[in-house]
Every structure is written in structure tokens, then in C-alpha cells.
Design a protein around this ligand. Structure first.
Ligand SMILES: [Mg+2]
Ligand SMILES: [Zn+2]
Length: 198
């Protein structure tokens, strides 16, 4: 398992609710399930999400688990399964190593699931998502859902690609993967036959 798809939650998969604190507020964005089905062909789907509402006392762990169970239930109805959900529960002032754009969540997931962070595709609606992707050397896609259009207009970050939503992000990622696979390059890695020098 070399590649994984790292996804922001709010404004990327789910409708942005500004501190979602109720499973009844879980609503998939248009095209999200379809996009995730496509992206799943490239690697396991891992959600990486800042949830400072925990540290702020806006909701507790049990509520967060219920929200994630509801999100998984809705995605499963569309044939989408998440490999993992990695949460930063800290306050911005805590100085933790896992609040995006810091790379902690992605590195923890990479260690658990055994993927190469550099080959990951990071998708989100905020500069901190793109920042996380840049921090681990991944390919980054900004989606215009949630805060994404605003971030794009304000030029807060430099993503590799910009997509209207997860559906288009999947199209771009799959097209890019096909193009890369078609390149006449020797396979990388220690087991690949080396090129004979001229
Ligand atoms: Mg977001
Ligand atoms: Zn954290």
C-alpha cells in the first residue's frame, strides 16, 4: 500500500456547519460520495480533521464518535468505506504536533496504514489542508466547496490542483494517475532493474 488519499472532513466531504456538534447535522456535499468512490481506486481513504471544538468544550468525544458513525453510515450507503479517521482534538494554542497544517495526523496514519506520505494526495477546502500536504511532500488539491472558493480568491495557499468539488477532484486525480502510469519510465525502487548506463 504505497499511496493514500488524505481528506479533510468539514467543507470537503460534509457540509460546513462551523463546529458540527450534532450527528443530525451530518450531510454529504453534492458529489462527495461519487468522488470518494473514484478516489478509492487510487488508495485507502483517510480523513484528517482538526476538531478543536473538543478542546473548546463545544462537544465531547462520544458526540464526535456519533458524528463519525453517521458519516460512515451515509458513505456506506454509497459504497464508500473510510480506512481511518485521524482527529486533532487540540486547541490552536496548545502547540500540538497534529493540528493541520502540521503533519502529525498524516504521519500517524502513514505509520498505522503503511503508506508513503510523499505519494499521498491531500484534498481539502482550506490553506491548512494544502499546508499539510506541502509539509509531507504530497500532491495537493484544493476544493472550492466549504471555504475553498474563498481561499482560492484570497490566494492563501498554493495547491497543485483546484477542483470544484470531490467529484472533480477524483477526475483530476485519476487522469493524473493514468498519465503518470503511461510515462515510459523504469519502475522505481531497489527491486527495479537498473538502467544500463550508456
Ligand atoms: Mg475543511
Ligand atoms: Zn493536535
Amino acid at each position: 500500500m504505497q499511496r493514500a488519499i488524505l481528506l479533510d472532513r468539514d467543507g470537503t466531504i460534509l457540509v460546513e456547519r462551523h463546529y458540527l456538534a450534532d450527528p443530525a447535522g451530518v450531510e454529504l456535499l453534492p458529489g462527495a460520495a461519487e468522488g470518494l468512490r473514484g478516489l478509492a481506486r487510487l488508495g485507502p481513504l483517510v480523513v484528517v480533521t482538526n476538531q478543536s471544538g473538543l478542546a473548546r468544550g463545544y462537544f465531547d468525544r462520544a458526540t464526535l464518535e456519533a458524528i463519525h458513525a453517521e458519516m460512515r453510515r451515509q458513505l456506506a450507503a454509497h459504497g464508500v468505506e473510510l480506512a481511518a479517521i485521524e482527529v486533532c482534538p487540540h486547541h490552536p494554542d496548545d502547540g500540538c504536533a497534529c493540528r493541520k497544517p502540521r503533519p502529525g495526523l498524516a504521519l500517524r496514519a502513514a505509520a498505522r496504514l503503511g503508506f508513503d506520505p510523499v505519494r499521498a494526495i491531500v484534498i481539502g477546502d482550506k490553506a491548512c489542508d494544502v499546508g499539510l500536504g506541502r509539509a509531507i511532500g504530497a500532491t495537493t488539491i484544493l476544493v472550492r466547496t466549504g471555504y475553498g472558493a474563498r481561499e482560492e480568491a484570497a490566494r492563501t495557499c498554493r495547491p497543485h490542483l483546484v477542483a470544484d468539488d470531490l467529484r472533480e477532484a477524483a477526475e483530476l486525480a485519476l487522469a493524473w494517475d493514468r498519465a503518470a502510469a503511461a510515462l515510459p519510465l523504469p519502475a522505481a525502487g531497489p527491486d527495479a532493474p537498473g538502467e544500463v548506463p550508456a
